[in-house]
Write a protein that binds this ligand. Structure first.
Ligand code: HEM
Length: 503
């Protein structure tokens, strides 16, 4: 770090001074450029407020509006610097995203996960969860959850077989119900929004198969899914505008509804924990003397977060396939003879795996990853560019736009346009000897805070998508499907498709 930077005072006054003089608080050869607070002709303002917080992707888009005139790193790394506050850095540069994620953790000088965009989640689930905590608490929670979620554990043939059987039974029962519904309608095709169906199956697999609970489908659908949905909505508004939302609930009498939803969430958490005493589901693999109370925050995060993330992932995969009928047929050819979804079978379904990889690239469930610089920090990218990030900087790693940027994922690099759904791009990259470990899309994050639920999520989503394709042919109703974004992204039309039973 240069002497000038090191000796500069920090705090409100110095931020104000730099903001007024236009001094760039970052340094190095990978310098971000400043985003003006007000400018006409942009989709919205570059920060969330009451009228735009439901369109976070549009807020990020605003950051890049006039970035085309910038040169090099400044086109993809932008910062907002206002009102005496520390800077907000937004990056769609995959090398910077990778460097920040690798340097996140509990060691001195490493980045924290920024808790500001998840304050509402923490109020609903608890502050000591693996998702929310930083430092020593995060490390302890990570150690606790490592074993039950590990690849070695879940994909170990005997254990895998147990989960696979129960998961498959759950999925087949739901699809059978859909099949019966279609037959009863007497129509060749039915029009349906699949997201609602997927959500219940995902929660059912998690609660009943993974945690060993015994909740009836109707109760999941009628009580617990609506409770989680409305709490997730509440978490978002409670993050962006806690005071005005509290006032709104008070005057509209909605506090009573919120309390009922919270009680339902607690009841579901109790059900998930109840299997621990008898070693049901994942609890067989859980070795710890931590009390049930010490685990509650994590269980709440697993229930709400995993339902949300797996629903997003499966909904997008099915939505993409509903627009790409030739690829849907290729997946059908792979799964039509498959009766057991064991690791070998799943690995051999090459197109299905590419569909899942491409889904996470183009439409990641978690569209941005928040970090915070706890001290003045230098990062270095794998192509040896350096950036100095001042203490207190709020970092938004914009995975959504990084993965759609032609420069990084376009025709020249991957053989296909960045904005297209093209599972074949992974074959193109493989032929060039480039693996998905090198071309990171960050769909499950990267580095120490990588998603612990990756193998479970892949298993569940692979199973749901494979089983659906095996039974039905489905076609998108709209020509193009946009995205809605909250805690995660989802197809804006709720996966509206025309479904037809296969012969
Ligand atoms: C299959 C769909 C899933 C996707 C796309 C997904 C995505 C992600 C991503 C991108 C992160 C990194 C967040 C960050 O770096 O800030 C993450 C972290 C996390 N995921 Fe997942 N996830 C999925 C499923 C699951 C499941 C099934 C569980 C648990 C049952 C889970 C639990 C977590 C937790 C607890 C973290 C925080 C880890 C930490 O901070 O150390 N996820 N997930």
């Amino acid at each position: 770090m240069s002497e000038t930077l090191r000796n500069q005072p920090t705090g409100w006054m110095s931020h104000c001074w730099r903001q007024l003089t236009g001094e760039n608080p970052f340094s190095g050869d990978c310098l971000p450029s400043r985003v003006p607070l007000f400018r006409t002709g942009r989709p919205t303002l570059p920060f969330p407020h009451l009228w735009n917080y439901k369109e976070p992707i549009k807020i990020f888009e605003t950051f890049y509006c006039d970035a085309g005139t910038e040169i090099g790193a400044a086109r993809h790394n932008r910062y907002l610097y206002i009102a005496g506050l520390p800077p907000v850095l937004l990056s769609r540069d995959p090398a910077v995203i990778r460097a920040v994620l690798s340097a996140t953790g509990d060691k001195p000088g490493q980045f924290d996960r920024d808790t500001a965009p998840t304050a509402g989640i923490a109020r609903a689930t608890g502050v000591d969860s693996l998702l929310y905590a930083n430092g020593a608490i995060w490390r302890r929670q990570k150690r606790l959850s490592a074993e039950p979620f590990s690849r070695a554990n879940l994909f170990q043939p005997e254990k895998f077989h147990g989960f696979e059987q129960t998961f498959r039974k759950t999925v087949s029962e739901r699809l059978e119900a859909l099949r019966a519904h279609q037959k009863a309608s007497g129509q060749k095709t039915i029009r349906i929004q699949l997201e609602a169906e997927i959500k219940v199956v995902m929660l059912e697999m998690l609660v009943n198969n993974f945690f060993g609970g015994r909740v009836a489908y109707d109760e999941l659908r009628g009580r617990f899914v609506p409770a989680l949905e409305s709490l997730i909505e509440h978490m978002i508004s409670d993050t962006v505008a806690p005071m005005s939302q509290a006032f709104y609930r008070l005057v509209t009498g909605r506090n009573a509804i919120l309390r009922r939803r919270q009680a339902d969430f607690e009841a579901l958490t109790d059900i998930a924990l109840a299997g621990r005493a008898d070693g049901l589901g994942l609890w067989q693999q859980f070795q710890s003397d931590a009390s049930n109370d010490a685990l509650r925050s994590n269980i709440r995060v697993f229930l709400a977060g995993a339902m949300e993330a797996t629903t997003s992932f499966a909904s997008w995969a099915i939505s993409h396939l509903s627009h790409a009928l030739a690829i849907q047929e290729q997946v059908f050819d792979e799964v039509k003879g498959m009766t057991v979804y064991d690791p070998d079978n799943l690995m051999s379904a090459v197109t299905l795996n590419r569909v899942l990889e491409e889904t996470l690239r183009l439409t990641p469930a978690l569209y941005f990853l928040p970090r915070r610089a706890t001290v003045d920090t230098w990062i270095e990218t794998t192509d040896h560019r350096k950036m100095y990030i001042p203490e207190g900087t709020q970092i938004r790693l914009d995975v959504w736009h990084a993965n759609r940027c032609e420069e990084f994922w376009g025709r020249e690099v991957t053989g296909y346009p960045a904005e297209a759904f093209a599972p074949e791009r992974w074959e193109f990259l493989a032929r060039k000897g480039i693996t998905s470990r090198e071309m990171l899309h960050f769909g499950f994050g990267h580095g120490p805070r990588f998603c612990p639920g990756r193998f479970l999520g892949l298993l569940e989503v692979g199973l749901v998508v494979g089983a659906l394709v095996k039974l039905f042919k489905f076609t998108a109703v709209s020509e193009r499907t946009g995205a809605k974004a909250g805690v995660s992204t989802k197809p804006a039309d709720g996966v509206l498709v025309d479904m037809e039973l296969r012969a």
